[in-house]
Structure formats: structure tokens, C-alpha cells
Design a protein around this ligand. Structure first.
Ligand code: PMP
Length: 362
């Protein structure tokens, strides 16, 4: 069996020990004679899985007791609508920060439900940095402020979260959840599609402060109301059972590794190795401003924007088991997504290849 280093932005690599554990339990989970995929979501065995997943996640992220953890479907994209449907209801105004393609989608969806103001944007500069936000920019009457903590396509990330005072801070953490320690109590709601740092696609995680639940109007569809999922322990209908099971294994793997402090240390090291290689090279460059660089998604381009050279790089890398390095079409060049499950050895191999390629083509 030949596993590659997969630099895909998502779905992306899962930790090998997690896949091996899932494989060993595939045909008969805990002597049930069934796989997890075949278990009733109301069975005792599945109840242990979903409560275990929540317990491990609470431990990892130090989630305070006044927050609910919801295991939903619909992707982060569905949250773009669910958030305003549930929260853009008091004053009907919300403040959004526009830091990239995903922020833009969140903004245009929210505009269907109320008065949405973009308080800062880096669009005029191709989203190559994270704008500074201070309290004076925030409307104290806004129902919430929305940010995208890590911009998967553009390769930027917040190094400091805005202080929004009493206005709830809502964060799309799809591409950097569980990559570093964060203070959950600073946020009103955190959401993430699972397919990067959590589990296979199909699961969407929502961590929501309890006082933000129960405000959706009667016209809100049942499945779009956070209250429905909160009151039923994410079991109002059939949840994505297998993805929740893998999420539990991933959370256990992270806890065994030493938690988010250790994961952050490893992630900083991996990113530093790659940023240093880009910096030291005369062939490659980072399109992102130094103070806004993501630890998870690292785009790089050739200094003269030579698309033939970039295509050769991507093809040769693939031949060596370094997969999915093509950049997003809106940025071009290359992008290495180095989520939690990407081993240090994968980044070292990529950096070694970059040096070799530069030697060969200079
Ligand atoms: N937000 C961010 C930051 C993302 O990276 C993505 C997916 N790449 C999304 C939202 C959309 O997620 P989904 O496909 O789960 O709807």
C-alpha cells in the first residue's frame, strides 16, 4: 500500500492511526457484528460514540459549560444561512469582515435576511492580508460580528481575534479549527465543516453559547433552528453517524498527542519550515503579507508567474507522492494545505523537492 502526502485543501488527510483504528473496527464494531455505518443512531453503542465525541472535544477546546456542541449536516455553507436565520433577529443588523471568497459567500447569504454591513475588507488588495478591527468599527447594535478565522483559498489567518465587546463574535473556523489553542469564551458561535481537521465530509460542527439559542422566528424551518438540534442532542433526525465516529477517533488522537497546545507547536513548526523555504528561495514567493499568514493553507507562486514552470512543479511533485499542490484558480501557482494530519515528514519532503526543483530549473 502506497499512501501519499495529500496537500488538498479539503477533503484532506486524516491521521493514519485513525484510519487504521477505523479499519480494524470496520466489520464488527465492539463485537456488535455490525459496522458503525449500520448501527442505529438510537442504539446504546452510537450514544456512546456521540457523547464520547462531545466529551473529547470539550476537553480539547476547553469548551465552557454554557456552550452547546451540535453535530449537524449541510456544510459550513448551510451555516452561512442558519446564522442569520437564528441570530439576525433582534435588531436585524450584522457586521461582517470580508477576508476572502468564503467570507463573501457568508456575506451574500446573510444579506437575504437583514441589514449586513461590511466593516472591513482586504478585497482591494486581493485578500492578501487580514484587516485590523477595533471596537470603534463595530456597531454596538449589531446582532453579531462575523469573521472567517482562516481563509482557505487566500492563505491568510487572524493572529488576534477582534474584541467585539458585548456583540457576539461568530467565526467560520472550517479550515483551522483544532489547529491551535483558542479561548472559546471569546466567541458566541464557532462553526466548521468537518472535512479538513475533524472528519470526513458530511458533518458540520457548531459550538454555540446557550443564550444565542431559541431566538429564531416561528417561520424558521425546524431543521434550520439551533434549538431543534440543541434540545435533541443532535439526534432530531439521523445524524451523519460515521463522520461523528471518525470525529471521535480524531479527537481521541489529538488528546493522546497532548492536546491543542502540542498540535499548535507541531503546526507552527511545519508552517515555519515551509515559509522559510519559500523565503530562502529565489524561484518561489508567498503572495500573502507576512503578518497575516495561515498555518494551514500556504499558497506560493513562482516569482515571474511562469505557469509552465508551475505546471511542471505540480506534475513532478505528484510523481513523488506529493499530491494536490495546484493552487486555487483565483490565486494561481501552488497551495500546500498542511492540516493537523499532515506529518512533519510530508512538509520536509515537499521542501526538499522545492530545493531540488529550483536547482534543476534555475
Ligand atoms: N468556509 C471555509 C473557510 C471553507 O474553507 C469552506 C470549504 N472549503 C467553506 C466555508 C464551505 O464549507 P462546506 O463545503 O462544508 O460548505
Amino acid at each position: 500500500m502506497n499512501r501519499v502526502y495529500n496537500f488538498s485543501a479539503g477533503p484532506s488527510m486524516l491521521p493514519l492511526p485513525v484510519l487504521e483504528k477505523a479499519q480494524s473496527e470496520l466489520l464488527s464494531y465492539r463485537s456488535s457484528g455490525m459496522s458503525v455505518m449500520e448501527l442505529s443512531h438510537r442504539s446504546a453503542l452510537f450514544m456512546d460514540i456521540i457523547t464520547g465525541a462531545e466529551k473529547h472535544l470539550r476537553q480539547l477546546m476547553v469548551i465552557p459549560d454554557n456552550y452547546k456542541v451540535l453535530f449537524l449536516q449541510g456544510g459550513a455553507s448551510q451555516q452561512f444561512a442558519m446564522i442569520p436565520m437564528n441570530l439576525l433577529v433582534k435588531n436585524g443588523k450584522a457586521d461582517y469582515v470580508n477576508t476572502g471568497s468564503w467570507s463573501k459567500k457568508a456575506i451574500s447569504e446573510a444579506k437575504k435576511f437583514g441589514d449586513v454591513r461590511v466593516i472591513a475588507s482586504s478585497e482591494e488588495d486581493n485578500f492578501t492580508y487580514i484587516p485590523k478591527i477595533d471596537r470603534s468599527m463595530i456597531d454596538p447594535e449589531a446582532d453579531y460580528v462575523h469573521i472567517t478565522t482562516n481563509n482557505t483559498i487566500e492563505g491568510t489567518a487572524y493572529t488576534e481575534f477582534p474584541d467585539t465587546g458585548d456583540v457576539p463574535l461568530i467565526a467560520d473556523m472550517s479550515s483551522n479549527i483544532l489547529s491551535e489553542e483558542i479561548d472559546v469564551s471569546k466567541f458566541g458561535l464557532i462553526y466548521a465543516g468537518a472535512q479538513k481537521n475533524i472528519a470526513p465530509a458530511g458533518l458540520t460542527l457548531v459550538i454555540i453559547r446557550e443564550d444565542l439559542i431559541g431566538h429564531a422566528p416561528d417561520s424558521c424551518p425546524t431543521m434550520m433552528d439551533y434549538k431543534t438540534h440543541s434540545e435533541s442532542g443532535s439526534l432530531y433526525n439521523t445524524p451523519p453517524t460515521y463522520a461523528i465516529y471518525i470525529a471521535k477517533l480524531v479527537f481521541e488522537w489529538l488528546n493522546e498527542l497532548g492536546g491543542l497546545k502540542e498540535m499548535e507547536r507541531i503546526n507552527r513548526k511545519k508552517a515555519q519550515i515551509l515559509y522559510d523555504a519559500i523565503h530562502d528561495s529565489s524561484m518561489f514567493a508567498s503572495p500573502v503579507k507576512a503578518d497575516s499568514r495561515s498555518l494551514m493553507n500556504i499558497p506560493f507562486v513562482t516569482v515571474n508567474g511562469d505557469s509552465d514552470l508551475e505546471a511542471a512543479f505540480i506534475k513532478e511533485a505528484q510523481g513523488l507522492g506529493l499530491e494536490t499542490l495546484k493552487g486555487h484558480r483565483s490565486v494561481g501557482g501552488m497551495r500546500a494545505s498542511i492540516y493537523n494530519a499532515m506529518p512533519l515528514a510530508g512538509v520536509e519532503k515537499l521542501v526538499g523537492f522545492m530545493k531540488e526543483f529550483e536547482e534543476n530549473y534555475k
